[in-house]
Each structure stands twice: as C-alpha cells, then as structure tokens.
Design a protein around this ligand. Structure first.
Ligand code: PLP
Length: 460
C-alpha cells in the first residue's frame, strides 16, 4: 500500500514539514465575551462537528447568488446557468474523489443522508458488516438488512483480520456490504481503508467509505482505495450550505426504488386506464435527487473541492500534522489528561482528538474552555456511543457535580472532550488551547458553573 494514504499519513505524522499559513475562513475575526471580563477572538476548535466556511467558498457563493435560478426546471437563462453549474459541480466532485468514469455522484443533504440512501438501495438480503466503532450515521442506517456487528479492533491489522474472519463465515453467494469510516470522529485515527476494501472484495462484498472526517483532511481516491462508494458532508468540508455526496457504483442505485418519490426523480407520470398513477423513474443520479436541488450547497461543495485541491493537500496535511503534534505534546505535559485512542500512539490520525481530565466533569471542562478562554470544543459521546464507552472503559467515574448539580444525565454517565481543527486553524488557537488546559488543571476554573438541562453553563 505504498501509494496509499494510510502510509502517506503515517509519514506526514512523523515528519511534519514546515507549514504555511492557514486558509482564510469566515469567523476568524469574530470575538466572543469572556465571563471573566473582556473579549477574545473565538477559537473554533470543533471542526469535526462543522468546519467554518472557507472564505473562497463564501466568495464563490456570493458571486453566484445574483445568478441563482432553478435547476433542471426552467427555460430561462439563469435556470440554464444554474443547471450547468450544478452539473459542472458533479464533475468537480467526481474529480476531487478521483472516481472511476462509470461512477455516479449523487447529491444529498449530508453523510447521514448519503448512507441512508445507500441503505435504502441495498439488494434484498444484503448482509452488512459494521464495526461498533462507527459514527451513528454509519452504524444505524442498515435497519432493514441483516447486520454483523464487529467488535472494536485494537489495531488496523486487527480490523482487517476481524473483517476477513467475519466475511469468511458469510454465504458467499448473497450480496454484502462493509461500511467503514476513513478517520474516526472520536480519535481522529485513520482506518486501513484500502486493506478493508481488498478484504471485502476478496470475499465478494462491497464497501462504502464514510469520509465525513477524512475528506476534509486528506485526498480521497475512490480508485486507489478501491471502495465502491464514498460519502461525505459539505459542512465538514468548509462548505456549510446543506449538501452532501454519495459517489460510486451506479448498479445498485439504479435498480433501487428512488430514495424520495417526487418531481425530478420521475421521468413520466400518467393515469393508467385502470385509474392508477403510473411512473417511469429516471435513471442516473436524478433518480435519487427528487425535489428542487440545493444548487447553492452543491456549488459550495464544488468550490471547497477546488479550493482544497488548489491549496494542495501536501501542505494542508503537513500543517495540520504540525498542529496535531503540538496539541499532543501539550496534553502529554498534563498527567491528568488521558487521550482516547483505539490504535495507540503511533497510529496515523487527523486533527481530531478526544480526552478526559482526571477529576473533571468533561462538560464542566468544555464550558470553562469556552467561557474563560473563548475556545469552542465539544463534549459528549460524539454520536459514537459504543466507541466512546469502549475507549473510556467501565470503571472510569467523572465527578457528577458541576457547581450545583449532576452534570451528566443517567443515560449519559460519561462524556469526553473533543478538540478538532483543520485548514483554517491558526497556531494561536492551538497554543491558547494547550495553555488553557494546563491552567484549568493547575489552577481550576475561575468562575462558577451550574447544571442546566444536563450541561454545565456559567453562572451569570
Ligand atoms: N460520519 C462521521 C465519521 C461523522 O463524524 C459524522 C458527523 O459528525 C457523520 C458521519 C455524519 O455527518 P452529518 O451529520 O453531516 O450527516
């Protein structure tokens, strides 16, 4: 797998090159109030949830806005222009993902939507294989199919071995699908996608890559990874306008009923002699894109794809790895911090990292980072409950108190804290974060917090 991103990331991880400036993003000038007084520039360190829009994406969208028109519907000039832009965006995304010529790019609302679309298009009795470590968007859509749940593996090699063994036990004649994430939204660790794809194909199964956390950080080549489908979301790829992508093989998609029934997906609709309404559905991507398309969201995704490609992933990866190394080194100086990891310290990873702080309720810690330092992180189980529970372990107890009451509700006994960053993150945000963690652990919070709806909030 020498040309493969897993190995490339590994190299980048160990030897970060000199890094250039962050890409301009919206919000970099925004200041937020501190409970302790004054204001500070907001440090957005929750890219894994939603990344800020690239300035370039915003400018492209603004430049297009006056020309906005309906897609695939109108005869007017602006409708034609919008349709052209929409279809050109499809080609841009296909290029960005290095798709095969016969692959189809379907625009959706998000990764969740893309995976639900694929789930609805699976052939009857398709056996689905999913690791328990997946984000809920990859874990849950397969409700109508038999699912084999795979335990959390403790190394990339163990993941491949577990999949091999599960696939070897399956009926080799029926259809099967493996769903795997490219980069964990909890640990940031990269999964051995090419090897898992090879294992899937060796056993006659197909594979879909959840690239929600991978695509913003690394080039994704459908061809090189040899995955059958890939899904990602615009809002994690610096294009927060409500669109997502499912790209890959068209055969199962074409044989399936349209994901949504309605205009756009239907070619002809007529009353039959028996009085029923008969429909001929479109083939191609339109089959699963019923309703008026989100041309702004789609154009924004294409703009982000172009911007990242032009900026160059080599530099972006090197820069992000340098920031990651700084975060890891900073946290390593604080013995009370436990970084969550499935594959161990040497595993290649993207700029996403979750941790616990001994003696602290995570919600309290995250609230203090925000209120006292202007740093936006996330606390919780990150829509990956089985994984976080596995990583945290059963015997870990967080203080339930946050000022006046229990911060964790009964069904959420444990939280972790997640910091995540990317192409728009300046060094100062990382330095502030590392300093704030050390200060909070050393000196404690400088403010009082209380519990509101299960979360810690500053007393105001
Ligand atoms: N997959 C992973 C790995 C994610 O991190 C997320 C969101 O956090 C999703 C899927 C779902 O993405 P969306 O909420 O955009 O549908």
């Amino acid at each position: 797998m020498s040309a493969h991103l897993y190995a490339e990331a590994h190299t980048a991880c160990r030897a970060p090159a000199d890094h250039a400036a962050p890409l301009p993003v919206l919000g970099s000038e925004v200041s937020v109030p501190l409970v302790t007084g004054g204001e500070v520039g907001y440090a957005a360190l929750d890219y894994a949830a939603s990344a800020p829009a690239l300035q370039r994406v915003w400018e492209d969208v603004a430049a297009y806005a006056p020309y906005y028109g309906s897609v695939h519907r109108g005869a007017g000039y602006l409708s034609q222009l919008s349709t052209d832009l929409f279809e050109a965006s499809r080609r841009t995304v296909a290029e960005f993902l290095d798709c095969r010529p016969e692959d189809q790019v379907v625009f959706t609302r998000s990764t969740t939507d893309s995976l639900n679309l694929l789930a609805a298009a699976l052939p009857a009795d398709c056996q689905v294989f999913v690791f328990e470590t997946e984000h809920h968007a990859s874990l849950l859509p397969w409700r109508d199919s038999p699912v084999t749940w795979l335990d959390a593996p403790h190394s990339p090699a163990a993941a491949v071995a577990a999949l091999e063994s599960a696939l070897a036990d399956r009926d080799p004649h029926g259809p099967a699908l493996v769903c795997v994430t490219g980069a964990s939204n909890v640990t940031g660790e990269l999964w051995p996608v090419a090897e898992l794809a090879a294992a899937a194909h060796a056993h006659g199964a197909r594979i879909v890559l959840d690239a929600a956390q991978l695509a913003p950080h690394h080039p994704v080549s459908v061809r090189e990874l040899d995955v059958d489908w890939v899904a990602f979301s615009g809002h994690k790829l610096y294009a927060p306008f409500g669109s997502g992508v499912l790209a890959g093989r068209s055969d199962w998609l074409q044989r399936a009923e349209p994901y949504l029934a309605g205009g756009g997906a239907s070619r002809t609709v007529a009353r039959a002699e028996d009085g029923t309404v008969q429909v001929q559905w479109h083939t191609g991507a339109a089959r699963h894109e019923a309703g008026s398309p989100n041309v702004v969201g789609v154009y924004a995704i294409a703009s982000a794809c172009r911007a990242l490609t032009e900026a160059g992933f080599d530099g972006l990866v090197a820069r992000e790895q340098a920031l990651l190394a700084r975060v890891r080194a900073g946290l390593a100086q604080v013995p009370q911090v436990r970084v969550l990891s499935l594959f161990g310290d040497d595993a290649p990873r993207v700029g996403v990292l979750s941790f616990l702080v001994e003696g602290w309720n995570s919600s309290h810690f995250a609230a203090a980072l925000s209120a006292e330092y202007g740093i936006g992180v996330r606390d919780g189980l990150f829509c990956a409950h089985p994984l976080v529970r596995t990583l945290v372990g059963g015997d870990e107890h967080q203080p339930g108190e946050c000022g006046g009451g229990a911060a964790n509700s009964a069904d959420r006994p444990l939280n972790a804290i997640r910091v995540s960053f990317g192409a728009g993150t300046p060094d100062e945000h990382i330095e502030r974060f590392v300093g704030a963690v050390a200060s909070l652990v050393r000196d404690g919070a400088r403010w009082r917090y209380r519990t509101e709806a299960g979360r810690c909030v500053p007393e105001l």
